[in-house]
Design a protein around this ligand. Structure first.
Ligand code: SF4
Length: 470
């Protein structure tokens, strides 16, 4: 790890538009020919939620040319779209309006279609295969449009339309090592000097339950290392990443030339890797710190044509400001839905719907503690009461509109009477003042008949303005 003091990542969120795809790549576990298409209203709901949670980049993912299927044509028609491209334009617009940067991962599009996206402010991802494998097994025998020439044509089209793009190399699907390394070098000569090439992703094949090639063994790790070495030679100045299931091999990967984690799906799952256990951001950060490697967040590019639109410029400025603040503060305050009190994804958490408990700057909720939360027999532990008083005050500070993000600076609790186990306890917290970036709140725990059991006062430091979830 000596040659890499820092490693970058992009905080990406995924929104799956449809899994319908007109290809049937043997290595793919994503496509479903009968999958539905997400409506624009459904997309807007997801995007607004992600924006509140300080997301920056949003990857819209779909199968290739789903409009080839009648049920998708009907869905497009019913929503008033003349084509799938028009639908994707509307999708990008929804993201930009929410100050998020859209990324399209929708397969190969032609130059005519990419031109339509030149001013919407999106970037794109294209995945390449090393050789036309139609005769060598299951990988591409049912997807003959997936070949090196089609991939290069797609890159040329994105280049002409000035769509910043990222290139993924799908490897281990039947190509020989010689073909693979030759192809990497060829694509390097083809586009490494392109100023709108953003980054390189290596995607080694992994057999999964849903894919036709599930019996094919994965590539040996040495082949992955060799591919990274070849990519580093072919793309000397670019970010090079691997999928998250390889993160446990950091030291060897970085020694080979890896300098990026790619997209870390902090706010959403990753539908392209949903067969794998992906370490969360906190785990990654902790592992890297053990190795003395600093983790920093990077942003995405936007083209001059797109920046001429004020709303694109706004989205870019907003996301860059968020990234800069997160990197500078060292406090990357991310709601990954694992909060002990309110996180729906924390199996050991309390699952209290805090966001729904706030009105204006008052937070009110009722919680009935079970015996698992007791200290002495039948009495709720003071620590758990403190946790909930703290949480309720934090939400009172942040308010119903969640326009600021605040962390506890200090708090004081007075325990007046024992809180009984098994009785509904009402927590009420209110914002009582503000000075500069410090906010003051008070809270109490009350029995159903009105007896106050504990009171608290706290000071909360505001961290980031706008668009947060806690
Ligand atoms: S890899 Fe992409 S193009 Fe191939 S079947 Fe899967 S979704 Fe379709």
């Amino acid at each position: 790890m000596n040659n890499c003091a820092s490693i970058s990542y992009v905080s990406s969120s995924y929104v799956e538009l449809t899994r319908t795809c007109h290809q049937s790549c043997g290595y793919c576990s994503f496509y479903r020919d009968d999958a539905t298409l997400l409506s624009i209203d459904e997309i807007r709901d997801k995007v607004v939620e992600l924006s509140k949670r300080n997301a920056t980049e949003i990857v819209f993912i779909s199968g290739e040319q789903p409009q080839e299927f009648p049920h998708i044509q009907i869905a497009l028609h019913n929503s008033g779209f003349a084509s799938y491209a028009d639908y994707l334009l509307a999708v990008c617009q929804v993201a930009i309006e929410a100050n998020l940067l859209p990324v399209l991962e929708v397969g190969y599009l032609d130059s005519y279609t990419w031109e339509k996206f030149s001013t919407v402010g999106c970037s794109a991802r294209v995945n390449l295969v090393a050789s036309a494998l139609a005769n060598s097994g299951q990988a591409l025998e049912k997807s003959r449009g997936r070949n090196p020439s089609a991939g290069k044509a797609c890159i040329e089209a994105m280049h002409s339309a000035e769509i910043p793009y990222s290139v993924g190399f799908v490897i281990g699907i039947g190509e020989s090592e010689e073909e693979r390394l030759h192809f990497i070098s060829e694509i390097g000569r083809f586009c490494t000097a392109d100023p709108i090439l953003q980054d390189i992703r290596l995607i080694p094949f992994q057999p999964t339950r849903g894919c036709a090639m599930h019996e094919r063994p994965p590539l040996p790790f040495s082949a992955v290392e060799n591919a990274i070495v070849a990519l580093r030679e072919a793309f000397p100045v670019h970010h090079i990443s691997v999928p998250p299931w390889l993160f446990h091999r950091f030291p060897e990967l970085v020694a080979a030339g890896l300098n990026d984690l790619g997209s870390v799906p902090i706010f959403s799952g990753d539908p392209t890797h949903d067969n794998f256990e992906i370490p969360c951001y906190e785990t990654l950060k902790a592992r890297l710190e053990e190795l003395n490697v600093h983790l920093y967040e990077r942003g995405t590019l936007s083209t001059t044509a797109a920046l001429n639109r004020p709303e694109v410029l706004n989205a870019l400025t907003h996301t860059r400001s968020l990234i800069e603040r997160r990197n500078l503060s060292g406090l990357n305050l991310i709601d990954n839905e694992h909060c002990f009190v309110c996180g729906p994804r924390n199996n050991n958490g309390l699952h209290i719907p805090m966001k729904k408990s706030v009105e204006g700057h008052t937070c009110t909720f009722t919680w009935t503690p079970g015996p698992a939360y007791q200290g002495y027999a039948g009495i709720v532990h003071g620590g758990i009461l403190t946790t909930l008083l703290d949480e309720s005050m934090a939400y009172a500070v942040m308010g119903a509109e969640l326009k600021i993000l605040a962390v506890t600076a200090d708090m004081r609790v007075r325990f007046l009477r024992p809180a009984p186990v098994g009785v509904p306890l009402k927590f009420v917290a209110t914002l009582v003042g503000q000075r500069k970036n410090l906010h003051f709140a008070r809270a109490s725990v009350i029995l159903p008949e009105g007896t106050v059991l504990a009171e608290a006062e706290g000071r909360f430091a505001e961290i980031i303005l706008q668009g947060v979830s806690k």
